[in-house]
Design a binder for this molecule. Structure first.
Ligand SMILES: Nc1ncnc2c1ncn2[C@@H]1O[C@H](COP(=O)(O)OP(=O)(O)OP(=O)(O)O)[C@@H](O)[C@H]1O
Ligand SMILES: [Mg+2]
Length: 317
């Protein structure tokens, strides 16, 4: 029986590691573009102008790190608004509900604005209230995560009505609101569907990693997590081939690379090991995927033949 102290220690350390946000090179351009959007809106507000708001769409494969980046961006932006004397302005963020009907999206947004409403109400009534509260609360931007669901779940008619509602919010003559969308690349269907909406949106894409181009970056990441975790990196984890294995095992996704590193650190803690080795990665991968050794990219030599996207099926949050 493993001592409960060790389990407790592991859980606490892992929670700290998970709470840490890595400022990868894709975050800065995203933040710079969003800062510009905020500044433009504030400048308009100060000048008493109400020109149309503009928005931003962030797309990338599952596990790329979009939600994490947006959460970080929202926290930093709210902090910045407060520190720069614009504390009466705000940003609201929701995850697109399912089913993503016009009415249900409106209700969810209304709830995020701190207002409950009976579901008996008609969609137009709900959205009238949404627009009223957006103005009252001086909401500059509305962020919708998992925005691809707006395109895939509803019918074509629903897509039309959601797209036109987003456009209406951005072009409101009294209080235009910028729309921020994040989700898998299918969210671009919404933009392709409606050119008037697309014209008002900047797009940012989080590319997949490639084992060849990013092998070394991933080794740096392992080192940095080891130092945060106060573990020595084992020599077999700092070989370029290990970086390539890790990227492959993570289906080329940045966020999944981090999840695997943290899961390997967890195994090292549980084993009471002083250093993080490839064996910890192999075990972490096994626990995540329930694959046996012949399908484990940290064990077999020709790991490229494993289809990590298929086996590394992520739980849906
Ligand atoms: N910059 C980061 N710093 C630290 N951890 C990160 C970072 N980006 C992603 N992660 C980790 O990767 C995991 C997956 O990232 P995230 O949920 O942001 O991906 P996603 O692109 O939103 O995926 P999905 O499309 O499936 O929602 C997160 O739970 C987090 O643990
Ligand atoms: Mg996400």
């Amino acid at each position: 029986m493993m001592s409960s102290d060790r389990i407790k220690y592991t859980a606490r350390r892992i929670a700290l590691l998970r709470g840490h946000f890595i400022h990868h090179d894709r975050f800065e351009p995203l933040e710079a573009r969003f800062s510009l959007l905020i500044e433009k809106r504030l400048a308009d507000c100060e000048a008493g102008r109400t020109s149309e708001a503009h928005g931003l769409a962030l797309s990338g494969p599952s596990g790329a790190g979009k939600t994490s980046a947006m959460v970080q961006l929202m926290v930093r932006s709210r902090g910045w608004l407060e520190r720069s004397g614009h504390e009466d302005f705000s940003i609201v963020s929701i995850r697109v509900p399912s089913p993503a009907t016009l009415k249900f999206v409106g209700q969810t947004l209304l709830r995020a604005l701190g207002y409950q409403i009976s579901s008996e109400r008609q969609a137009w009534y709900i959205w009238d209230l949404v627009r009223h509260h957006l103005k009252e609360r001086k909401i500059l931007f509305v962020h919708l995560d998992e925005a691809q669901d707006l395109a895939s779940r509803g019918t074509r008619h629903e897509l039309d009505s959601v797209a036109s509602m987003l456009k209406t919010l951005m072009t409101d003559s009294e209080w235009p609101v910028g729309i921020i969308l994040s989700g898998t690349p299918e969210l671009e269907d919404i933009l392709n569907h409606d050119s008037q909406l697309a014209r008002r949106m900047d797009t940012v894409h989080f590319e997949s990693l490639s084992p060849v181009a990013h092998g070394n970056d991933v080794l740096d990441l392992i080192e940095s997590y080891c130092s945060k975790a106060e573990l020595a990196p084992g020599s077999d984890t700092l070989e370029l081939a290990h970086g390539e294995r890790l990227i492959h095992a993570a289906a080329n996704q940045f966020g999944l690379v981090i999840e695997l590193i943290v899961a390997a650190v967890e195994q090292a803690y549980l084993a009471g090991a002083p250093r993080l080795t490839r064996a910890h990665f192999a075990l972490a991968y096994h626990l995540r995927t329930a694959c046996d050794d012949t399908f484990n990219p940290f064990i077999i030599p020709d790991f490229v033949r494993i289809d990590a996207r298929q086996v590394f099926s992520r739980e849906k949050r």
